[in-house]
Design a protein around this ligand. Structure first.
Ligand code: GRG
Length: 291
């Protein structure tokens, strides 16, 4: 199947399942509406697609990985809602729409992030409980580590405590490896775990580390050169906020070279994981994306 069609198919599958997962919650209507507002707002779904693509490529079952993949998208969405709050990045737009707190207010936005984070783990634990299968416990551990204090949260702390400073290459890389990279790494690793291909973990780890850095550099570049209307987000915000980025450290030209370098390394590894070519094409697509 050609790449675009395959990508759209996977996005559709994830979107449909996410909708189901938030459709029967016994909770006040406002928090359900708010969760749906941000979760079903049309992100690229890169993280769950990585989990599904890698699981399938390694001989795993799509049905088995689908909820694990969706739980990662919930955690990603929670991080975006909290990141957009006035006490953090203070953003007005996300995924082409007003940010969650602009519509529902700060208190509900915080609770919506909390709700998505908890629901993600409820879903992960339900998969383990229903099957008594170690793979789901391992996947839940991988995801909790990646999103926790030694992962995404550490990255965010390094970020907000270094506003206005020019980080050296090592600290900048460390920040991004944790803030953006860890959840991308977990997304890839759970694909191997649910496929019961623990032997492939060294490969998925190496692939996702390179992909994560490339992804972040491209994000930094898009923050500077993107078209705000097209992207539906506050372009130039990181630069204006004096946030440490690859572009502020290296400039645009060198950042583009670096993104290509890391993406090429990831693409070489993608072929070893997935002989259908989808993961390789996805890696390239992420390098040349416009949002
Ligand atoms: C608040 C605990 C906490 C963490 C926030 C990940 C993060 C840490 C903040 C997100 C802010 C940001 C713009 C990071 C740069 C890279 C990134 C994660 C971009 C957004 O991910 P995409 O491009 O977004 O996959 P979509 O909307 O397509 O899902």
């Amino acid at each position: 199947m050609e790449f675009e069609k395959c990508l759209l198919d996977k996005q559709k599958r994830v979107n449909e399942r996410l909708k189901e997962l938030v459709s029967n919650l016994d909770a006040p209507q406002i928090i359900i509406d708010s969760m749906k507002y941000s979760l079903l707002a049309g992100g690229k779904r890169i993280r769950p697609i990585l989990s599904i693509a890698i699981c399938e490529a390694l001989g795993g079952n799509t049905e088995e990985v689908l909820d694990v993949a969706c739980s990662i998208e919930m955690i990603h969405t929670y991080s975006l809602i909290h990141d957009d709050l006035p006490c953090m990045d203070n953003d007005d737009y996300r995924r082409g729409k007003l940010t969650n707190h602009k519509v529902y207010g700060e208190a509900i936005a915080i609770l919506t992030g909390d709700a998505l984070l908890n629901l993600a783990f409820e879903i992960l634990l339900l998969s383990s409980k229903n099957s008594y299968d170690k793979r789901f416990i391992d996947a839940a551990f991988e995801i909790s580590r990646a999103s926790g204090v030694m992962g995404m949260i550490a990255g965010q702390v390094i970020d907000i405590t270094n506003v206005g400073k020019l980080l050296n290459e090592n600290l900048l890389k460390n920040m991004h490896e944790k803030k953006t990279g860890k959840l991308i790494e977990a997304s890839c690793n759970v694909g191997a775990i649910i496929a019961n291909r623990y032997d492939a973990l060294p490969l998925t780890r190496e692939y996702s580390k390179n992909l994560g850095i490339a992804f972040q550099i491209v994000d930094d570049i898009l923050d500077v050169v993107g078209n705000s209307e097209k992207l539906g987000k506050s372009v130039g915000k990181d630069a204006k906020n004096n946030k440490p980025t690859f572009v502020s450290l290296y400039g645009l030209e060198k950042s583009r070279e670096l993104a290509k370098e890391y993406s090429l390394k990831a693409a070489e590894l993608a072929i070893k994981i997935d002989n259908t070519g989808f993961l390789h094409a996805l890696t390239e697509y992420l390098l040349y994306r416009e949002s």
